[in-house]
Write a protein that binds this ligand. Structure first.
Ligand code: IMP
Ligand code: ZN
Length: 363
């Protein structure tokens, strides 16, 4: 089990053995995990040590400081502090060998061991062009690792960053399309990055093309109160299959989402630590549970948020104030478990783009 601390760890510690057994027995799907935000700290530390032997002092000091900060545990004053954590990680995963190594460690963290965190992982990552690889090399390297697992266990979503130029975003969608057409395991396209950056109108064509290519669409949306209603409506007009966070949807946005049943990817620790939600009791998960709307419980970035998928489920079950105090679902979605065994990736991915592994109920 991954080393975790903070909200999720406290919730897990408070559970009784039967609740813990229940969480571990659920066929969980991790549908919102960013590759570079989910690398185990031990792997990064090793890479940082190696990096210091080949890089100049200034660069290796910056990386060392960044990794030491992640190791201590980050305290974020607001969501924007979060994005400053990535340059140190990116310095380490900027060549194909280290990117593969990081991807392998992330996959092992979620899928291997006596008690894997999840049954199925839909990993996402933003293609980066560096001195040592093109965006295509990047996605191929990640896919090589993802495809070491059966199709029923792992697949990839290609992320577009809100800061990307239209051309870069277009290139990413073309790569996703091309690789999917070659039979590689790309199942969808995501939009992520600094929630204040970019003009979302520039992505219209890209999401249209992605949809035409049969790729699923998931969008980080309404992550902060500063995201304007027009932007949210514009993103919703791209007909996403799933939504990341969706914390600050207004009534019009909520009506659209409830109408088309787009699944909401819920990341409880992430929202608490980025301070977009003040306390669990205020979390928008309550609204979606009350309306029996599809949700998926996810980690977002296990490294900075020091969480795990069982830890996020513990936040559902633990008694308040440590958790939401939900009852154990009376029924598992047994259909879901059967489908995961089938190994039919397009179908499983499609199902997961619309569905949730469990139906939790408010007590
Ligand atoms: P990568 O795409 O594998 O490089 O994963 C890290 C990247 O994911 C970050 O640089 C951000 O752009 C993005 N990301 C991670 N967590 C969040 C989030 O909560 N909101 C928006 N973007 C995020
Ligand atoms: Zn995210």
């Amino acid at each position: 089990m991954a080393q975790i601390s903070g909200f999720a760890a406290m919730a897990l510690d408070s559970l009784n053995p039967s609740q813990l057994a229940f969480i571990h027995s659920l066929p969980k799907a991790e549908l919102h995990a960013h590759l570079n935000g989910s690398i185990p700290i031990s792997e990064l530390q090793q890479m940082a040590n190696e990096y210091s032997q080949t890089s100049d002092n200034l660069a290796s000091d910056l990386v060392r400081e960044g990794i030491a900060k992640l190791k201590r545990g980050v305290a974020l004053d607001e969501i924007y502090d979060f994005f400053n954590l990535f340059p140190a990680i990116y310095a380490l995963t900027s060549n194909p060998a280290n990117l593969r190594r990081a991807t392998r460690a992330v996959l092992e963290q979620f899928l291997d061991g006596d008690r894997p965190q999840c049954t199925y992982l839909e990993l996402r990552s933003t293609p980066r062009e560096t001195a040592e690889m093109s965006k295509l090399d990047y996605v191929q390297a990640v896919l090589d690792e993802v495809e070491r697992y059966p199709a029923s266990r792992a697949s990839l979503i290609v992320s577009l960053d809100r800061r990307m130029t239209t051309r870069a975003a277009q290139e990413c969608v073309e790569i996703a399309h091309q690789l999917k057409a070659e039979g590689r395991r790309v199942v969808g396209v995501d939009l992520c990055g600094d929630p204040q950056a970019g003009d979302m109108g520039t992505f219209e064509q890209q999401f249209h093309d992605a949809k035409e290519a049969g790729l699923g669409i998931t969008l980080h949306i309404a992550e902060t109160p500063a995201n304007p209603a027009e932007e949210i409506l514009q993103l919703l007009s791209y007909a996403p299959d799933r939504l990341g966070h969706a914390t600050f949807l207004d009534d019009e946005g909520k009506a659209i989402v409830r109408g088309n049943k787009a699944c909401i990817e819920i990341c409880l620790s992430s929202n608490l630590l980025c301070k977009t939600v003040a306390k669990l009791d205020d979390h928008h998960i309550r609204y979606y549970l009350q309306h029996d709307h599809p949700i998926a419980i996810c980690t977002d970035d296990t490294l900075p948020f020091r969480t795990s998928l069982p830890g996020e489920y513990a936040l559902l079950l633990a008694s308040p104030p440590l958790g939401l105090g939900l009852s154990e679902p009376e029924q598992r979605d047994s259909e879901f478990a059967e489908l995961l065994d089938e190994g039919d990736i397009p179908f499983v991915a499609r199902l997961l783009l619309h569905s949730v592994p469990i139906k939790a109920k408010i007590r």
